[in-house]
Design a protein around this ligand. Sequence first.
Ligand SMILES: [Zn+2]
Length: 169
Amino acid sequence: MEYIKYIAEKLYDKFMSKGNSENGVSLDIMKLVEELGGVVYEAGYIKMNQNSMIVDPEDNSFKIYVSASEGIRRQKFTIAHEIGHYFIHYKGGDPEKPQTVYYRTSWAAGGSKEYEANIFAANLLMPEKEFKKIFNNCNEDLSIVADEFGVSIAAAEVRARSLGLIGNG
Ligand SMILES: [Zn+2]
C-alpha cells in the first residue's frame, strides 16, 4: 500500500501547491477532475455501491457517475475513490482495452481493487501529515477534522483509526 499512499500524496502536494484548495487543507475535487480531463455526472438513481467510472482510452478522458442522493462530502470521497481506479488500475492497467469501466462495489464484494481505491481516496483527501496536524490542533474533535478536509465524519473517523490516532474500541 506504500506506493498508493505515495502517488496520492504526490498528487495532493502538486495540486494544492497550485492553489487549488477549497480552503486550507481541503482539496477541490471537482477542479482536480477537470484538470485530469474528467467530468462528473450526478445520476438521479444509482443502486447502492454502484457508482462508476468510464474511461475513454482514446484520450484518457473519463466520466464519473455519482448518486444525487449522496451528500456532497460522501460524493467527494466517491469521486476520489474513482480517481484512485484511474491512477492505480487504469493508468497501470491494460491500454489495449477499448473501454474500461469500474464500478464501486461494497468493500467485501469488491476485493483488493476496491480496497486500494479507498486507500488512495483517504490519502488524497486526508494526507497523513496534514491529518495529524489538524487532529491534534483541534483537540481530536472529528467533526472539526471532517469540516477542515470537507469529508464526512465517518470518513474522518476511519482515517483516524487507520492512522492509529484513535483506538479500535
Ligand atoms: Zn471502486
